[in-house]
Design a protein around this ligand. Structure first.
Ligand SMILES: NC(=O)c1ccc[n+]([C@@H]2O[C@H](COP(=O)([O-])OP(=O)(O)OC[C@H]3O[C@@H](n4cnc5c(N)ncnc54)[C@H](O)[C@@H]3O)[C@@H](O)[C@H]2O)c1
Length: 357
């Protein structure tokens, strides 16, 4: 028997993320595009309506454009295939550049297309929702959904550059701003106490978009600390699931918006943290205040703990009695704690009870 080793040199990836206002025309320039054989832009339908003749005019000049239909249901294998067909029919080659311009749906699926078309082509993300600027486009994860389960198929593909131009956020609905804020609070609550304390008192002005650019830069920074230490989600990166274990189940079962579902998931996780981690009650209250400053009404009476638990077990492919939850020791520090159904049920009941007061 002979043994050989495949030991490719894997150079570290450096993918700059730019955040600011008035930056897209300075970064997505003809000079930047020049080394590529051609540029292909996948542009969210709404973003195309709002910005193709304005903010995106220079960027899209001379670029092939695929207008991507809005909605999570299009983050699918079927749509991926259509996207890949479009690239092929338009003669994209391995020196092409793909631009993903839109919310997390577009950045996730375009990143995935870039990672697999011709075994990988260059990719630049231009996130246009707050959620995508603070979360989805940061960290190199790409994905499409399979059946009713999110992000089952995907990989890691570092973009050449991410451009977070806050001017795109002016056309978002309030609900979309809240969804992004929930993800920012999540990363601060679970990993950075200083940033939690800095931003949480200003949530009302953030909802009004006044200081959003400050929050975006801090949220990117906080997420990068985590993903740079654990780029392939072997450990630390799981902290970003804070509130998401329950939240994803709520989203699937109750059909609430992603942001509201994750917000509820964080409330449940904060009750769990008080009982099964060492989160002091006053810190649980601070998380409660932050979340309820964004969402003050949850119609949670119909949320059944058993249904939620079954969905969580299904999504995590777990048949055992316990599920690992990200819980807080204090705001800014976390641990992973196995939780059983009785413990989960009690925290869901506590959350529902407090909400209804
Ligand atoms: N890759 C990751 O690490 C990661 C992390 C978090 C979330 N995600 C994914 O991100 C997705 C959610 O992202 P999202 O909330 O941005 O959703 P989205 O992409 O569906 O965008 C939400 C809506 O906003 C519209 N839109 C986008 N930009 C706009 C703008 N500037 N003005 C007006 N409307 C605009 C879209 O048409 C859509 O209707 C999910 O699929 C989730 O799984 C990925």
């Amino acid at each position: 028997m002979k043994r050989f080793l495949f030991t490719p040199l894997h150079p570290p990836v450096t993918a700059p993320i730019y955040s600011g206002t008035d930056i897209i025309d300075k970064l997505a320039t003809p000079r930047f595009f020049k080394p590529f054989s051609a540029v292909y832009a996948v542009v969210d339908e709404r973003v195309n309506e709002f910005y193709s003749n304005g903010l995106l005019k220079q960027t899209l000049d001379g670029v092939s454009v695929y207008v991507f239909p809005r909605g999570e249901r299009h983050k699918s294998l079927a749509r991926l295939q259509r996207l890949l067909n479009w690239l092929w029919e338009n003669e994209a080659d391995r020196d092409s550049l793909l631009l993903g311009i839109g919310g997390g749906v577009v950045t996730d699926i375009t990143g995935f297309a870039a990672s697999c078309y011709m075994r990988g082509v260059a990719y630049v993300a231009v996130p246009t929702t707050l959620l995508a600027q603070v979360d989805a486009a940061v960290g190199g994860k790409t994905a499409v959904n399979l059946h009713n389960t999110k992000n089952v198929i995907g990989n890691f593909h570092a973009p050449q550059m991410v451009i977070c131009d806050s001017r795109f956020l002016s056309s978002l609905h309030m609900e979309q701003i809240k969804q992004g804020l929930v993800e920012a609070i999540k990363v601060f609550a679970a990993s950075d106490r200083r940033l939690f304390e800095k931003h949480v008192p200003n949530l009302q002005s953030l909802i009004g978009r006044q200081d959003l650019h400050l929050l975006i830069a801090d949220a990117i920074n906080a997420k990068l600390v985590i993903v740079n230490a654990d780029p392939y989600e072997k450990g630390l990166r799981r902290v970003l699931n804070f509130g998401h274990t329950t939240g994803h189940a709520v989203e699937a079962i109750a059909g609430w918006s992603h942001g509201k579902s994750i917000a509820f998931g964080m409330l449940v996780a904060s009750f769990l943290s008080q009982r099964h981690s060492s989160l002091p009650q006053n810190e649980g209250s601070r998380i409660w205040s932050a979340i309820t400053a964004l969402y003050d009404r949850f119609d949670a009476a119909a949320l059944d703990a058993e249904l939620l638990w079954d969905k969580i077990k299904h999504d995590k492919k777990r048949s055992g009695e316990q599920i690992n939850f990200v819980l807080l020791l204090r705001c800014g520090t976390h641990q992973i704690v196995p939780i059983n159904y009785a413990q989960f049920k009690r925290s869901v009941a506590e959350t529902r009870e407090r909400i209804s007061r």
